[in-house]
Structures are given as C-alpha cells and as structure tokens.
Design a protein around this ligand. Structure first.
Ligand SMILES: Nc1ncnc2c1ncn2[C@@H]1O[C@H](COP(=O)(O)OP(=O)(O)OP(=O)(O)O)[C@@H](O)[C@H]1O
Length: 290
C-alpha cells in the first residue's frame, strides 16, 4: 500500500486558535473529505500541507519528502485549490493555462480542455471579469489540467451551480478510476461527501479526528422507530430522540439489547442518511472513533 500523504502529530497555534492533527496516513487511490464547521481549521490544515503555514510541531511528508525540505519539487505532484484565486485577476484563462502548462511537466491538455469546454468557461476573459462560480470552474480546470497524482481541493464546489457540481463529481470519479490519484477535499456539501469520499476526517474547533471509513461510519449509526416511548430518558447508545419514539443510536447493538431486554418493540430501523450523521457529529462536537 502507498501513502502519498503522511502527517505526524501536527500542532499549530494562531493567536487563540489551536490546531491539533493526529497521525494520519492518506492512502493512494482514495478520496478523503475534511469536514468541519466554519472556522474549524480546514483551510489552515490544507495550508500547512502546502507549507504555506508553518507548523509549530510535527511533520508532513509527501511521498516520503518533508514539506519543509529546501527542495520543494514535491509541489509539482500536488494541485492545490485554495478558496480564492489570488493574484490571477489580470490574466485570462488561456494565459493562466500557458503558465501552468509550463510549470507542471505532467500537464494534460485534454483534461483541461474537456473540463473547460463542458462547463463553457470563457478562457479569453480576464479572471476579474468572471463570476465567483466561473472563477471556481476555471480554477478546477487548471488544477485538473496539472494532472498531478495528488489533488487538494478547499471547498471547490461552494459557488458552483448544480449541473456543474454534478459534472465535477463525475469528472473527479473518472479521474480516480485508475487508482493512482489521491484526493483531499474540504467540503460543506453533503452530496460531494456522499458521492466522492472513501474516508472522512472531522475537525471540531481545531481538533482533528482519525480517518473514518465512510461506510463503517454510516453503519455504526442506526435509527430505531419504537412502538412506545421508552421509560428512561436515555437508552444505551442513544444520542438523540425525536417524536418521543424515534431514537438515533451510535451503538446499535447496545441499544437493541436494551430494547429487547425491556420488551420495547422496534417498528422499523434504518441506517441514517450520511448528512444526518455529519450534522450530529458537528453539532455535538463529538469526535468519533470507529
Ligand atoms: N492568518 C490568520 N491570523 C489569525 N487567525 C487566523 C489566521 N488564519 C486562520 N486563522 C484562524 O484560524 C481558525 C481556522 O480558520 P480556517 O480558515 O482554517 O477555518 P475553516 O475551517 O477553513 O473555515 P471555513 O469553513 O469558514 O472556510 C479561525 O479561527 C481563524 O480565525
């Protein structure tokens, strides 16, 4: 197994904000979604990965090379998309394309053209004249064109319309098919996470969770519809109760054992939607270890 990105116990303090990231090894061929509320530290995490923000402690390695090495040729293996395009206003898409094609030996013209043409990106217009959504699309086209083995995308779909977002998801899934690319994506869009992610990492107020496998995370939660309201305010595993008889549990086995021992009839049970699980984790500030 190859781990293109390895993080070793990172710490960073900015004023009163403290970011703490445990050991994480991101496996080749996977998409990891970085999920957190506003201001939780997602962008700071990405900037540290790109060595744009220096960590106070710990280490980040890209294909075994420390990002703090004097030799920063590892950057050619990463396409990093920040939330905004800085310093690009005076250039047209074509001019930026020429620049990127020179900087990245792996540049793939077909990938760039396919994405740009499908989303009707006006490559002859200066970036400053583009709407926020079109800027994002151009940024994505340029990053896809770099054809790097690692993509690090900070909220890439935030300003995009629904058809474009769907095309982006389809395009990225196609790129992943060969299994040699690795993606980190920060997103607030449940749909992006549901369709793209293999793993999730949660950030709550600067505290970063372990890598959680998306499917195991979903199946570790269960919604139970009961015939009657339970006699206690909280049954084992219960994290939320709605309509008095619907219980969300993050320990389904313990919940089921209790219900059966107390003759409480389950009318129906379901794995909750990923969006609901994410909402619970973010609202409760719960750090999950499954
Ligand atoms: N240069 C800076 N100076 C001071 N504080 C900073 C700086 N950069 C980030 N922070 C603080 O670090 C914290 C994390 O910010 P960050 O932008 O990483 O959050 P985020 O999770 O990406 O948020 P969002 O979802 O809103 O994009 C915030 O409290 C922010 O105020």
């Amino acid at each position: 197994m190859t781990f293109p990105l390895v993080i070793k116990n990172l710490e960073k303090s900015i004023d009163d904000f403290h970011l703490s990231i445990p050991d994480l090894a991101i496996e080749e061929g996977t998409v990891t979604a970085v999920v957190g509320t506003n201001g939780a530290g997602k962008s700071t995490f990405f900037k540290m990965m790109m060595n744009l923000v220096k960590q106070d402690n710990g280490e980040i390695e890209v294909y075994g090379h420390s990002v703090r090495d004097v030799d920063d040729s590892w950057k050619q293996q990463i396409a990093y998309q920040a939330q905004t395009m800085i310093g690009c206003d005076a250039f047209t898409g074509e001019q930026l394309r020429n620049l990127m094609a020179e900087l990245y030996p792996s540049w793939d013209e077909a990938l760039f053209r396919r994405f740009s043409e499908k989303l009707n990106i006006p490559l002859n217009k200066k970036v400053q004249k583009l709407s926020p959504g079109v800027k994002t699309k151009l940024n994505l086209a340029l990053n896809f064109g770099k054809n790097t083995s690692i993509l690090m995308l900070d909220e890439p779909t935030a300003a995009m319309d629904i058809p474009s977002r769907n095309y982006f998801i389809q395009f990225l899934l196609e790129l992943m098919e060969k299994g040699d690319r690795t993606v980190l994506i920060a997103s607030h869009q449940a749909d992006d996470i549901k369709k793209l992610a293999d793993y999730l990492v949660f950030i709550n107020k600067g505290r970063v969770s372990q890598l959680l496998e998306k499917d195991s995370l979903a199946s570790s939660y269960r919604l139970f519809w009961l015939k009657e309201e339970p006699p206690v305010s909280r049954v084992p595993g219960e994290i939320k109760r709605t309509y008095k008889k619907v219980i969300l549990s993050n320990q389904p086995d313990a919940t089921m054992t209790y219900l059966s021992q107390n003759n409480l009839v389950i009318v129906d049970e379901q794995i909750p939607e990923l969006e609901d699980i994410i909402q619970e984790i973010l609202m409760e500030g719960e750090m999950v270890d499954v």
